[in-house]
Design a protein around this ligand. Structure first.
Ligand SMILES: Nc1nc2c(ncn2[C@@H]2O[C@H](COP(=O)(O)OP(=O)(O)OP(=O)(O)O)[C@@H](O)[C@H]2O)c(=O)[nH]1
Ligand SMILES: [Zn+2]
Length: 213
């Protein structure tokens, strides 16, 4: 059973064409781990490595568990974080901004790491969200194969949906290891993406305030 929050976020992403491209998958967790383990064993062996070596023997199973339970666990909405919100009795009507949220994701083109930081802000309406829940939402969507642009927008729409406000802003600044550790091998560049909603999009001052500092 998915939580009402997970269902609402999923529906909002589908409606906006921002959901990760997913196919119906009837395999349960154990079946996925088993199948990926067997397929990874073929990859490792095909590379010419000896799966009888004691250091390599468990690598296929390790990778399978890592994919299903860790780095791609955000593909399963049953792992969507529990969300706590409180009534905005304080009448907060100014921006709440969280900086330096750790973003560790995986590039969907190469399945290597994306390593960066996110900045998230919102202007509360009738409720405020538990602070750590913002970090958890970032992590949930980061734990999918991603392109940074989609990750940024998924976080925006998730927060807009949960908070019932348009005024949300998300910025991610990240290093892609597919750019750093292979291919063009540029370790110095970073990618910035921004997704702005409501006043952050329409009001230059709000936008500047969010991006400053
Ligand atoms: N827009 C976008 N592109 C990404 C992201 N992560 C990786 N890429 C890019 O996806 C592209 C895939 O291009 P391809 O030409 O098919 O792959 P490739 O031959 O491995 O390309 P090179 O990385 O240039 O060697 C590359 O340019 C990557 O840099 C991302 O988050 N957003
Ligand atoms: Zn890549």
């Amino acid at each position: 059973m998915l939580s009402p929050e997970a269902l609402a976020v999923q529906a909002a992403l589908i409606e906006r064409g921002l959901e990760t491209p997913l196919k119906e998958n009837v395999l349960d967790r154990d079946q996925k781990v088993e199948r990926i383990r067997d397929l990874m064993a073929q990859v490792v062996a095909t590379l010419g490595l000896d799966l009888n070596d004691d250091s390599l023997a468990d690598t296929p199973a390790r990778i399978a568990r890592m994919y299903v339970d860790e780095v791609f666990s955000g593909l399963d909405y049953r792992h969507f974080p529990k969300i706590s919100q409180i009534e905005n009795k304080m009448g907060v009507d100014d921006m709440i901004r969280i900086r330096d949220i750790e973003v560790l994701s995986t590039c969907e083109h190469h399945f290597v790491t994306i390593d960066g930081k996110a900045r998230v802000a919102y202007i509360p309406g009738d409720r405020v969200i538990g602070l750590s829940k913002i970090n958890r939402i970032v992590r949930f969507f980061a734990q999918r194969p991603q392109v940074q642009e989609r990750l940024t927008h998924q976080i925006l729409v998730a927060l807009q949906t949960l908070l019932g406000v348009e005024d949300v802003a998300v910025q991610i600044d990240a290093t892609h290891y597919c750019v750093k550790a292979r291919g063009v091998m540029d370790g110095g560049s970073a990618t910035e993406t921004v997704a702005l909603g409501g006043a952050f999009s329409s009001d230059q001052n709000r936008r500047r305030e969010f991006l400053a500092g």
